[in-house]
Design a protein around this ligand. Sequence first.
Ligand SMILES: Nc1ncnc2c1ncn2[C@@H]1O[C@H](COP(=O)(O)OP(=O)(O)O)[C@@H](O)[C@H]1O
Ligand SMILES: [Mg+2]
Length: 349
Amino acid sequence: MAEIQLRNVGKRWGDYVGVDNFDLTIADREFLVLLGPSGCGKTTTMRMIAGLEDATEGEIVIDGKVVNDLEPKERDVAMVFQSYALYPNKNVYENIRFPLKVRKVDPATHDARVRRASAMVELDDFLHRRPAELSGGQRQRVALARAIVREPNVFLMDEPLSNLDAKLRVSTRAQIKNLSHELAVTTIYVTHDQVEAMTLADRVVIMKQGVVQQVGTPVDIYDRPANAFVAGFIGNPAMNLIEGVVSGGTFRAERTEVAGLSAPQGAVTLGFRAEDAQVVDTGGQINAPIYTMELLGDSTMVSVRINGALVSVKADKTFRGRIGDPVSIAVPAAQCHLFSAISGERIHA
Ligand SMILES: Nc1ncnc2c1ncn2[C@@H]1O[C@H](COP(=O)(O)OP(=O)(O)O)[C@@H](O)[C@H]1O
Ligand SMILES: [Mg+2]
């Protein structure tokens, strides 16, 4: 059982703000993902929770107890890093067992705990191998088992999949999701990969330059991004964003005219998702030459360029066209998102 509260937590190095005013309660057993581009403060936030970095502002509370002044080993938190940091001269069994020795856990329990943890990550058959005799995915699973074996109150995982190739990343991701369901331990998971965040999280925290942009379930964030930054970060592809001007309820930009919007007059960024628009024969809200097409298998992504930026629409897999052919794209006003051109904040409902 572990609820974690971050109360206005901040990290400064001199004038530089690494994390600003992070304020959130993470529920017991929640799987929370910190998502954002490199350098936005994800690792720093996690290291403050682990006690590897001092918070310069605010309080970190685990199960009602302020832990700011507790050493990492007093916090009952297990961390998995991007680099596996295994002992090269110890075999898998000893690597997994190591934290139990360090913590002086009753030796009579070690064997059962190591075997249970290794079975959970399907390493039972590899206990006698050394790290050099394992694949990257297996090494990462040893690191996971070494965290699991401690039966901690909190798991912290910092980009644990980023050293794996694309295919292995997908299968290990599935394994982490299944494992977290089985273990039911409060987990904070850091990634810059929005697909990982959306597939794993109960809730996602999106950060930019040390500042939390939005906290919500994957569906919340996908359906109602709080600002243009989140809209442009989430989704595959990310939301199309076009800068233009609204007057009399009509948005206008290069080759684009969308009527029927309830938005005040002025400069805005219009957003819509590729899957919410359609290629039509004629009369669409965007009319432009095809810039590129990509066959995805189940569909074809057709892209045009507006104001120099790609705008994509998901068309049928049978779509036939050529680069440079004119295409008309229907963008339903009801599926449009509007963001302030100045602040980037979401405007309409
Ligand atoms: N010890 C440090 N001293 C000064 N700046 C740091 C230090 N550690 C991290 N930073 C800066 O804080 C910002 C956030 O870093 P980090 O939390 O590692 O980002 P992320 O994990 O999101 O990529 C970065 O700009 C980084 O350069
Ligand atoms: Mg990091």
